[in-house]
Design a protein around this ligand. Structure first.
Ligand code: ADP
Length: 397
């Protein structure tokens, strides 16, 4: 069975076709600038030359048609007929209070995705368009929605409720949801298996450090707490997002600048985080290069990033009453020896020890960094959200 995985953004569409016999990727690619001038498809078939096509894509429906054309093409295609695709798995950002797990798309599921447009204004509309584009392009095929918020639905009220009047939870669904859920779910379960921990009781902290960054605590793969909140803005310092700030900062800056609240939130989401703190970039490769050249602001930015991260690790280690393992994942977690070393140095007082030679060599591969006598196991576990979506899709159909 082959599963097509789609991740639709407001103007982009990422896809992978996965053969579930051996979980190999047959092809992957990206449609960029959908609905804008200069739309482009980049198609990467396994074992064949890459293919690029610049052609107008007025909407996601056209993008899905072009993806199907690329997958079926005689030269750079990887399947002979659309019938080979068993189902389509969609990444969906927000499922609100109602949806707690992945599900086959029905009219009701589409209604829920629509009702959550306010909670995920950039992603949910695009996700729904992607689903409807597939329904139109491949009638009769099952579509499965895999929600970024599902993992966080495992939390108890003591972790997900904000300390504000009930009305806002009851009427508007204001609570901690948590995002990157597919990744936290995948990596926490991989960590349990890879590190030989009890599948029911193993306590794992996952640090998902990409452009967006979040951290979770789980027991037996069930979420106990996670750092992102109603939206992905809360928690860790990220590439361009501030993470935690005093909510009154929003009012203060809005008034001072004569802005709207939306303007201020835009600044907190897009012009803050490491970009603002370092004055260099949101990309850790640029930040590390600047630190190596003696850039003091970049060094302080990196210290602030690690400070926030270890603050959360400390809190989650306590909530778990002692973690068994900490897993690093996503772009920085998988490829950033400096951040991993700085974090683990803070944890030495707890008895955490890592092999720095292993840490320096660990780029994008699954590896244990901790020594035998470390009190907590430390590992790099590459995330694979597409595979997680494909597995859920296969399970549900
Ligand atoms: P997202 O999926 O959230 O866009 P990724 O998980 O792809 O993000 O992570 C992107 C980040 O990974 C980049 O901003 C970059 O800082 C970091 N990254 C990638 N490669 C390296 C590397 N070799 N060293 C340090 N950081 C890296």
């Amino acid at each position: 069975m082959k599963i097509l995985v789609l991740n639709c953004g407001s103007s982009s569409l990422k896809y992978q076709l996965i053969d579930m016999e051996d979980e190999s990727v047959l092809a992957k690619g990206l449609c960029e600038r959908i609905g804008i001038d200069g739309s482009k498809l980049t198609h990467r078939p396994a074992g064949k030359a890459n293919f690029e096509l610049e052609t107008p894509m007025p909407d996601h429906k056209r993008a899905v048609e072009l993806v199907m054309d690329a997958l079926l093409d005689k030269e750079h295609g990887v399947i002979g007929s659309a019938d080979e695709i068993g189902a389509i798995g969609h990444r969906v950002l927000h499922g609100g209070k109602e949806i707690t797990q992945s599900c086959v798309v029905t009219p009701h599921v589409k209604d829920v995705i629509r009702e959550c447009f306010d909670l995920g204004p950039l992603h949910n509309p695009a996700n729904l368009i992607g689903i409807e584009a597939c329904e139109a392009a491949m009638p009769g095929k099952k579509n499965v929605a895999v929600f970024d918020t599902s993992f966080g639905m495992g939390m108890e009220p003591k972790a997900y409720r904000y300390a504000i009047p009930d009305k806002y939870y009851d009427e508007y669904g204001v609570r901690r949801y948590g995002f990157h859920g597919t990744s936290h779910d995948f990596v926490s379960h991989e960590a349990l298996k890879y590190l030989g921990l009890d599948p029911e009781k193993g306590k794992v902290i996952v640090c998902h450090l990409g452009n967006g960054a979040s951290i979770s605590a789980s027991i037996g793969g069930v979420c106990v707490d996670t750092s992102m909140g109603l939206t992905p803005l809360e928690g860790l310092i990220m590439g361009t997002r501030s993470g935690d700030v005093d909510a009154a900062v929003v009012q203060y800056i809005t008034n001072k600048e004569g802005w709207t609240v939306d303007d201020t939130l835009n600044m907190l989401n897009k012009q803050s985080g490491m970009l603002a703190l370092t004055g260099v970039s949101s990309d850790f490769r640029d930040i590390e290069a600047a630190i190596n050249e003696g850039n003091e602001k970049a060094r302080i930015g990196m210290e602030a990033y690690v400070h926030r991260l270890v603050k959360y690790i400390g809190a989650y280690n306590t909530i778990l009453k002692g973690a068994d393992a900490i897993a690093f994942t996503a772009g920085v977690g998988e490829n950033g020896p400096l951040v991993r070393r700085m974090v683990c140095e803070y944890l030495e007082f707890l008895g955490v020890k890592i092999d720095e030679e292993e840490n320096k060599k660990a780029y994008g591969k699954q590896v244990v960094l901790s020594t035998e006598d470390s009190s907590i196991k430390i590992a790099v576990i590459p995330t694979n959200e597409e595979l997680a979506i494909a597995r859920d899709t296969l399970r549900l159909i």
